[in-house]
Write a protein that binds this ligand. Structure first.
Ligand code: SF4
Length: 162
């Protein structure tokens, strides 16, 4: 017989999920890319790490240095894809790879692959509502489970269309 005491009912309860540990999106969230391009034309940065830059360079068939010079800009200690003016739309800029569609789709960075399931969008129903305002695909389309959402928020996997 073991002399390790049985956990008390209270200590068992303490590992059960609580209202504080269950995310507000426990029933899942919907997203379906409509191809609107809003996430490629909003103000902000498209962060690219070295691995992603290599992948993009390989996709384009150029070396990493040439890729960096042409398509990256340094922001603090990180790198973002450059932006270009949108023809005919004054004052608005788009990701350098946006041309009505993403021209590097198979090699797009993690930030693009996981939109809109970013930690900042998942903070609360209110931040998710703000993301819904950015793109008609947010809140519509396929239902992503809590597990899928948490993987995407951790940078794993990718969302698809529809
Ligand atoms: S890399 Fe592609 S998906 Fe990402 S912002 Fe640029 S155009 Fe959009």
């Amino acid at each position: 017989m073991s002399d390790t005491p049985e956990p008390s009912p209270e200590s068992k309860l303490s590992i059960e999920p609580t209202a504080e540990t269950i995310p507000w999106y426990k029933e899942g969230l919907r997203f379906g890319c409509t191809g609107c391009g809003n996430c490629c034309t909003i103000e902000g940065h498209v962060w690219v790490d070295r691995r992603e830059a290599r992948r993009l360079a390989r996709h384009l068939g150029i070396d990493l240095d040439a890729f960096g010079k042409k398509y990256l800009r340094k922001v603090g200690w990180r790198y973002s894809l450059t932006e270009v003016p949108i023809p005919g739309v004054r004052g608005k800029r788009a990701c350098v790879f946006w041309n009505g569609v993403c021209t590097v789709y198979p090699a797009r960075p993690r930030q693009c692959r996981t939109f809109p399931f970013w930690k900042e969008n998942l903070e609360s129903p209110e931040t998710w509502l703000e993301a819904e305002g950015l793109s008609p695909g947010v809140g519509a389309g396929r239902l992503y489970s809590i597990g899928e959402i948490e993987d995407l928020a951790a940078g794993k996997g990718e969302t698809g269309g529809g």
